[in-house]
Structure formats: structure tokens, C-alpha cells
Design a protein around this ligand. Sequence first.
Ligand code: TGC
Ligand code: FAD
Length: 396
Amino acid sequence: MKKQVKEDRFQGHDYYNIDALLHDDHKIARDAVRSWVKQEVSPIIEAYSDKAECPVHLFKGLAEIGAFGPSLPEKYGGGGMDEIAYGIIMQELERGDSGIRSMASVQGSLVMYPIYKFGSEEQRMKYLPKLGSGEFIGCFGLTEPDHGSNPSGMVTNIKDDGDAYILNGAKMWITNSPVADIAVVWAKDESGVVRGLIVEKDMKGFSAPAIHGKWSLRASITGELIFEDVRVPKSNVLPGVSGMKGPLSCLSKARYGIAWGAIGAAMDCYDSALRYSQERSQFGRPIGQFQLTQKKLAEMITEITKAQLLVWRLGVLANEGNATPAQISMAKRNNVAMALDVAREARQIHGGMGITNEYPVMRHMMNLETVLTYEGTHDIHLLITGMDVTGLNAFS
Ligand code: TGC
Ligand code: FAD
């Protein structure tokens, strides 16, 4: 017999009436994405996570709701909205699943953004409309097998060959790579300067095998990028940037979205735990009546509220063009760790049921282990804050 899909009873939580700080456009975007997630993601996400498969059919729907590059100009396939709208959309997607938010983060912030920001007009017009509409899937290759937290040590390289470059090397842990049509790849030129290239899937010598065996982000597909003498036309090099500033600027854009996204996962765990605490009885009363359960729930909503205020202010700064990379690091680190703590506490409130896929908490908890690591680990972001406040660099 086919298993009945449980109804998604999620309700948003806004303890400090942060809604009053939002514009109508923000609330419209939030409500539209929330109902899309209830309709398209919640009914299938446990099954896709269970079989460790990416629901690639959702790329088109994500495009239709404007999840790819919400704050990029409409002319270039974006949504033409502000940074707060971008954040709220990521929050609602990650409420569904971190892997679904990842699909949007990579496409919008790590592929469309560098082509928009650093690409030629020809590159923009060739790739951005197709990426924005979901016709093309993109991926972002920075991390290498031996260079994760320290991407500037990368060994992937390009050598001049007339009207093209010859690309060699390998990238590791690349979201969407096995299903991608194009990859934005960061490689060193013969002078050791980092350049960005757009590599197309059919280029000879390029392959993107999948990585299997993940216990986290199971509904997201992850792979490698392998380049064996790939001839990349010079017209595919991003002309507008050289050096680590290129990839790191993209990371700032994506980390900002993750700072919002993590709140979505936390809210879903809190919402499920709150409802469970009211519906589940032990010792003749709802478990929510026990002080120890109330302590967990009270601390969860306190931390969620603090995180909401943090990203709201960060969003205002981002809209003014004043959010610094270090401020973004602080928010990414704080909010992802907060969400993981909330997921762990919510798991306890659900008792044994918390480890099953009847409830979303264990899936969020496992996903958040990746989110804590990618886009800069928890400790790397701490060191970025440390460097910002002391002026002393712990990395060199
Ligand atoms: P450093 O010497 O500090 O800086 C080089 C240049 O870049 C500038 N910069 C930034 N610009 C924008 N945003 C940022 N976040 C920036 N950080 C630095 C900087 O001002 C400088 O500019 P200029 O003009 O002086 O040249 O660079 P470094 O190589 O020493 O970097 C240090 C460190 C450790 C902070 C950096 O390497 C780092 O952040 N490491 C973490 C690696 C990381 O986050 N990898 C993520 C890979 S992508 C990913 O995980 C995608 S998952 C997607 C998904 O599925 O959702
Ligand atoms: P390492 O850098 O080897 O770190 C291992 C440990 O050492 C960590 O705890 C780290 O904090 C610690 N450490 C390292 N250096 C220091 C230091 N100086 N001081 C203190 N502690 C330190 N990358 C991409 O380019 N594109 C993608 O699309 C992408 N998607 C991903 C999807 C998934 C599912 C995962 C798991 C990763 C993805 N990544 C992607 C890679 C991700 O960004 C890296 O995993 C991350 O940056 C950490 O690198 P690493 O795994 O090599 O760990």
C-alpha cells in the first residue's frame, strides 16, 4: 500500500513582529514561496531524501517562483527584487529542505551572479536568460580535493593556447555538477592569478562524476569536476575579475542567503516540536506542560528571534550596499549553528518519533551538518570575525 503523505502544517513564527518591518513585496514573495514549498516540496522531499535523489524537475518550478537570482536585474534573468526579498525566499526554500535552497543558491548566487558581475555583455546574454528560466543548470567549482578551507592554494590551472586556454585539474564536492550544463570554474593562470571560466558540459576532456554515500543533503546532487586538457575558448573567461576576490565575492552573496535560509530550517523544527509538545501526552498531561520541554521551546524561539533580527539588519545593510563580508560571515555562522542546535533540541522533544521521516527534524538536522561546513566552515567564519575585530590574520 502506498504510504500516505503527511499534511504540511507549518506556520511561520514571528515573535517580535518583524513582519512590521517588511514591505508588501517581501510578504508577497514569502507567501508565494511558502505555498509553493507546501505544494511541490513537502509531499516529495522525504521520499527523495530517502532514496538520495535530487528532484531535478523542481529546477523549472524554482525558476517560475523567481528563486534564481531574486536580487539580480530582470534583464539578466533575475527577479529585480531587493536583498531582503532574496533572503526571505531562501528562508522559505530551506524551510522545505536545505538541498532545495542549495539548488537555488548555487544557480543564482554562484553561477548567475559571477556571470552578471564579471561577465562580458555577450556572456551575460548567452547564459543568464537560460539559467534564470531553469533551461540551463549551473554549478560552481572552487573547492579541490586538497584545498577546501584554503581555496587560494588551488592547483587547477590554465595554459595559454592561442584563442583558447587548456584547463587541467579537479574540483571536489560540487553541488549540481553531475546534472549541470555549465560550470563556473576558478583556476590559476600561468602567473598564478585566479581566473573564472565558463566550462560547458560537452567540452572534450570534461567530466562530472557524482559523489555517493552522503548522509546529509541527500536530496541535493553533489559531484566532482575533472578537467583533462579541456580546451576552453578565451571568450569563456570572465573578463571582469582576477584574483581570489572573484570567487570570494560570490561566496559573500551565497552566504548571505544561507544566513536567512538556516532560519527556515530552524523554524520548521521549532514548529514541529511545538505542535508535538501540545499533542503528545505522557504522565497524563501534554509533554509541553513539563518545565524541561518549555525550557527547550522557549530557548528555541529566543534564538530564532535573535537570528531573525540579525538577518533583517544585515538585509538593510545589504540593500544600502554596506554589508561587509565579515558581517555576512557572522550571520552565516551564528544562524547555521543556531539552526543545528534547534534541530537537535526539537529531535529530543519528538522522542523516538524524532528519528523517523514522519517528522522533518532529523532530515533538517542531517542537512545542517553540511550547511555548517560548506560556504566556509563554522571555524573559518569565526576566524574571519576574529581577523576583522583584531586586525590580525590567523590564516597566514
Ligand atoms: P584574502 O587575501 O583574505 O582576500 C583576497 C581578496 O578577496 C577579498 N575578499 C572578499 N571579497 C568579497 N567577499 C568576501 N567574503 C571576501 N573575502 C575576501 C579581499 O578583500 C581581497 O581583495 P583584494 O582586492 O585585496 O585582492 O583571501 P584568502 O585567500 O586569504 O582567503 C581567506 C579565507 C580563509 C577567508 C577564504 O579563503 C575563505 O573564505 N575560505 C573558505 C572557503 C569557502 O568558503 N569555500 C566555499 C566553496 S563554495 C561552496 O561551499 C558552495 S556550497 C553551495 C550550496 O550547495 O549551497
Ligand atoms: P577542510 O578545509 O579540510 O577542513 C577540515 C577541518 O579543518 C574543518 O573543521 C575546518 O574548519 C578545519 N580547519 C581548516 N583550516 C583551519 C584553520 N586555518 N584554522 C582552524 N581550523 C581549520 N564547494 C564548491 O566549490 N562548490 C560547491 O558547490 C560545493 N558544494 C558542496 C556541497 C556539499 C554537500 C559539501 C559537503 C561541500 C560542498 N563544497 C562545495 C565544499 C565546501 O565548501 C568545503 O567542504 C568546505 O569549504 C570545507 O572544506 P573541506 O571539506 O576540504 O574541509
